[in-house]
Write a protein of this length. Structure first.
Length: 364
């Protein structure tokens, strides 16, 4: 029977397995199947489903203060505590909390005040109108909506230089430090040299760390690894280890100086339970070494994120189906369906990693 709930990126009458519980990085379905979640949820549960410290912090906050709005001249103590902590760690000036990475990208774009977006090929920045428009997506084809912004897409250094020339004061660049859902691609190092020059000439650079943030590449944030100082940083997904819907848009002093009135808001911005989960997630990440297991069987892997390329979408989807039958969850690259992608949990055991590699060999 088709699900009553409409599923994301699926036919409206899709059938789906029902997950009834989870432990560590394993999912149990209603019909008794157990899957090892080698996607870490949707890139957002790298610490697994059983972190009791995060859960307890949420329960304590739920009892103390389950909700507070930031619309009426007040906000919660825990929101301010997390704001101070995340600004300190990212070296940013201010932060606005949202309820997703997509909403955080939407917020960042509005704060630029620019009409021209520059984004990378294969990039995915969200599913709201502005975040999708600033991705490698055709929102007119998907939803029949006209693009609200002019968008230019680059694939390499030459593309970026050519596009940005003469657009410094009118444009912003939004970039994933490593492209995640689009197929796990990194960039030529020269890209970031060009972006520094672009900033010096008035351009605004947004680092979308929705996927890469909170340890995926081996540092807490990718901008640290790349030695780059963006004007804005977007966070989401792993911000609460997937335990609460939340995102964040961080801005530097340069952007802050241009904001006189912040005409934007969400009902659940700075939700106290979400902020409690986010603050504890940072503490949990501080306890572990971010030395991610690497497999030679991937076409490419950066940190815990990897991809296996195939010649056709059919081959990729067949491989993903076979891996599911072996008890491992992977996804296709959203902007490159000929690629299978994975995001290993930080806590995956040596034995299960060996089983993961064995399954790849058998299914490929």
């Amino acid at each position: 029977m088709a699900t009553k709930e409409i599923l994301s990126f699926s036919k409206i009458y899709s059938e789906a397995e029902q997950v009834i519980s989870a432990k560590y990085y394993e999912l149990l379905t209603k019909d008794g199947r157990v899957y090892k979640d080698t996607m870490s949820g949707l890139w957002n549960v790298p610490l697994g489903y059983s972190n009791e410290n995060i859960k307890q912090s949420m329960m304590s906050q739920l009892v103390k203060l389950p909700y507070a709005s930031n619309f009426s001249g007040y906000h919660s103590e825990i929101a301010e505590k997390y704001a101070n902590e995340i600004c300190k760690r990212t070296k940013m000036s201010r932060v606005y909390f949202t309820n997703s990475g997509s909403a955080a990208v939407e917020t960042a774009i509005k704060l630029t005040g620019k009409e021209i977006a520059v984004c990378g090929k294969h990039s995915y920045h969200g599913s709201t109108i502005l975040s999708a428009n600033a991705s490698d997506q055709d929102i007119n084809k998907f939803w029949g909506i006209q693009n609200p912004m002019s968008v230019h897409k680059f694939e390499n250094v030459d593309d970026l230089v050519s596009i940005c020339k003469g657009l410094y004061d009118m444009s912003f660049v939004i970039i994933e430090p490593v492209i995640g859902a689009g197929g796990v691609y990194d960039w030529e190092p020269e890209i970031f040299t060009v972006l520094k020059e672009y900033q010096q000439k008035g351009g605004v650079v947004i680092f979308d760390e929705t996927v890469t943030g909170f340890g995926k590449l081996g540092s807490m944030f990718a901008f640290e690894k790349l030695n780059f100082e963006p004007d804005m940083i977007v966070l989401g997904k792993g911000i609460t280890n997937g335990y609460f819907p939340m995102g964040a848009c961080l801005i530097n002093e340069r952007i802050e100086k241009n904001i006189k009135m912040f005409n934007h808001g969400f009902t659940y911005s700075g939700h106290p339970v979400g902020c409690a989960a986010a603050l504890q997630t940072l503490k949990e990440l501080d306890k572990i070494e971010l030395n991610h297991k690497q497999t030679d069987l991937a076409t490419r892997q950066f940190g815990c994120m990897g991809a296996i390329d195939f010649e056709t979408p059919k081959q990729s989807l067949t491989f993903i189906k076979k891996m599911r039958e072996q008890g491992f969850i992977l996804e296709d690259g959203s902007e490159n369906v000929s690629t299978a992608v994975f995001c290993l949990p930080y806590i995956i055991s040596d034995d299960d990693f060996d089983l993961f590699e064995k399954a790849i060999k058998e299914c490929i």
